[in-house]
Design a protein around this ligand. Structure first.
Ligand code: F6R
Length: 612
């Protein structure tokens, strides 16, 4: 989604802003821009396309001497919502006097009303964006105090925003505000930064202040003053960032996605660290310890999430019902929110999100909370909105996930959901013996992933068989059904091959009509109680001429029906969802690489989807 960076200090702002935007490139965007305070005026530059085009423009238009004099500014990467990705629609947007510049993440829902009112007053808009309505509104209220003008404007606004604003008349000051779109302030030595994502700050400082919804902050080189929209001062803690610069760099890999796939033995190890109690066949989850008794007594569990996080929740659904024997359901977060969900104080709702900022997931947990359900978060990004709003939950500790296509977050989510199922199960009817077995199997996950990664070259070879196809199917049953959905999602989003995940038994109820000779069908046929059934479904596809790529258990059945075989190590069928997912991630990655796709930033996609 859109990204915001701001800088105020003693160094030239432009290179810092551009470096910050580069750190945010992974979020997905289509244009970029920046505004600098230069003496008593504001200068701007905007460009369609990559940040490098903005950087070229800045270099050509402003000499280094000129840039050195500009030590405060704001910048933005835009992911179009209102209006096409053009230079005119790129941020920053100015007010009518062209002395105030504003960047914005989110959506101003009542912008048409504001725009119509301003047009009636004589404003002539330069763009089609909702944001320009806000920048002009701030200008309308401006009487020499930017903070006050921003507050007055925001009181008229409906929707979601994270904004950063500068005025030519108040040098060395950035006003920021948030509601529904994350903003973090980095506190340095004689300099401060603002950003929509902490990865844009870490090269400068590790001390950060996370703003809450409704906060307005005045940021200078040496101070941060926070109030709410009623002007009451707000106290916010300074937190220490736990991530290293190296974590947001490629470290020798061709793509972030490949790096993150290969990080999974470590990221899953981190997710499990200190949490497995094999002798007692259970898990230790400190984020849930205060509510352990209540959790065990829940009548029903609902997992809410979107995309890959939803698929992890669907795996969790199987694990919770099988291991903990609690009726469980995974629901698409937007659907949950709008269907008047039947939850109350006897329900547990688990919000699953890598970013912790996904608008639909956030809204779903708010809805669940309003209805009295117990809500916990399963989140990767520390300090994110969902993590803070749920107040209790379990972090994944996967480290920053930069590739738009989620990989290590998925395996971390599944690993943690297995731990939760184990813990709840042991509080209910799960025997110590089965608990011990499962705990030991979960503990093998890092090693199981490593063994799949060793087959990277072999999987790259299998990928060659998919490259020239435009359609593919992924089939699975039981807990492998959501993994089939996830495998198809990975392939379609990064290689642009149309891929469908299906329950293996469902294919013959319609989709089988689409099978033509040579169409790739990836069959998830690991050792499980339903292996034979899955292989029969594979035979049905084979009989229609499909090319079968079977992912089977080492030494297990399935090779005979397959044109290509990928093996995963033998393990418990629930635990096998993780190595299976890793094999499918590698497959999708190599297909996309061979097709020459922009893997880390697929077209039209954004890393964190903060609009409904
Ligand atoms: C797919 C992908 C998305 C996200 C979804 C939810 O590779 O990354 O489907 O899983 O947008 O995002 P989070 O997990 O941040 O809530």
């Amino acid at each position: 989604m859109c990204g915001i960076v701001g800088y105020v200090g003693r160094s030239p702002a432009a290179p810092i802003l551009i470096a910050g935007l580069r750190r945010l490139e992974y979020r997905g965007y289509d244009s970029a821009g920046l505004a600098l305070q230069e003496g008593a005026s504001i200068v701007t530059a905007r460009a369609v396309g990559k940040v490098v085009r903005l950087a070229d423009k800045v270099r050509l238009e402003w000499s280094e001497v000129r840039q050195a004099q500009c030590t405060a500014g704001i910048a933005h990467t835009r992911w179009a919502t209102h209006g096409a990705p053009t230079e005119a629609n790129a941020h920053p947007h100015m007010d009518a006097s062209r002395r105030i510049a504003l960047v914005h993440n989110g959506i101003i829902e009542n912008y048409r009303v504001i725009r119509t009112k301003l047009e009636a007053k004589g404003h002539r808009f330069d763009s089609e964006t909702d944001t320009e309505a806000l920048s002009r509104l701030v200008g309308e209220f401006y009487r020499g105090d930017l903070r006050k003008a921003v507050i007055q404007a925001l009181r008229q606004v409906e929707g979601a925003y994270g904004i950063a604003v500068i005025s030519a008349d108040e040098p060395g000051k950035i006003v920021v505000a948030r509601k529904g779109s994350p903003l973090v302030i980095g506190v340095g030595d004689g300099e401060c930064l603002v950003a929509s994502d902490a990865s844009a700050l870490i090269a400068h400082t590790r001390r950060v202040i996370y703003l809450d919804d409704g906060d307005v902050a005045v940021v200078t080189a040496d101070s941060v003053d926070i109030t709410d929209l009623n002007d009451s001062p707000m106290d916010r803690d300074v937190a220490e960032l736990g991530i290293e610069v190296g974590a947001v760099e490629k470290g020798g890999f061709e793509h972030f996605m490949l790096k993150e796939i290969f990080e999974q033995p470590e990221s899953v190890r981190n997710a499990l660290r200190g949490r497995l109690d094999v002798p007692n066949g259970t898990a230790v989850l400190s984020g849930l310890s205060s509510s352990a008794r209540e959790l065990v007594e829940m009548q029903r569990i609902t997992m809410v999430g979107c995309g890959t996080s939803l698929h992890a929740g669907m795996v969790g659904d199987f694990a919770f019902e099988d291991v903990a024997e609690i009726p469980t359901e995974a629901q698409q977060a937007a659907e949950f929110r709008y269907r008047n969900p039947l939850v109350d104080g006897r329900d547990l709702v688990i919000g699953i999100s890598q970013s912790g900022e996904t608008a639909d997931t956030l809204a779903a947990i708010r809805e669940a909370k309003d209805k009295g359900a117990m809500v916990i978060g399963l989140v990767n990004v520390v300090g994110s909105t969902i993590a803070r709003e749920t107040g209790r939950g379990v972090y994944l500790h996967a480290g920053p996930e930069i590739s738009v296509a989620s990989t290590k977050a998925f395996t971390g989510q599944v690993a943690v959901l297995l731990l939760m199922a184990l813990k709840l199960g042991r509080g209910r009817r799960l025997s110590r013996e089965r608990g011990q077995f499962l705990a030991a199997e979960i503990g093998r996950l890092p090693e199981l992933i490593e063994r799949v990664l060793l087959q990277n070259d072999a999987i790259a070879k299998v990928a060659e068989g998919l490259v020239r196809h435009e359609h593919a199917f992924f089939l699975g049953r039981g807990p492998m059904y959501p993994v089939a959905l996830e495998g198809a999602l990975k392939l379609k989003e990064i290689s642009y091959i149309h891929a469908e995940g299906y329950h293996a038994a469902e294919l013959k109820h319609g989709p089988i009509a689409l099978l033509t000779p040579g169409v790739p069908v990836v069959v998830l046929a690991n050792r499980s109680p339903v292996t034979d059934k899955v292989l029969s479904n594979a035979e049905e596809c084979k009989a229609r001429g499909a090319r079968i790529i079977a992912v089977i258990t080492e030494g297990g059945a399935g090779a005979a029906v397959a044109d290509d075989v990928i093996c995963i190590p033998d393990c418990d069928p629930l635990v096998a969802t993780v190595p299976m997912a890793v094999a499918l991630q590698l497959l999708a990655y190599h297909v996309a690489r061979l097709r020459g796709c922009g893997i880390d930033q697929p077209r039209n996609l954004a890393k964190s989807v903060t609009v409904e």
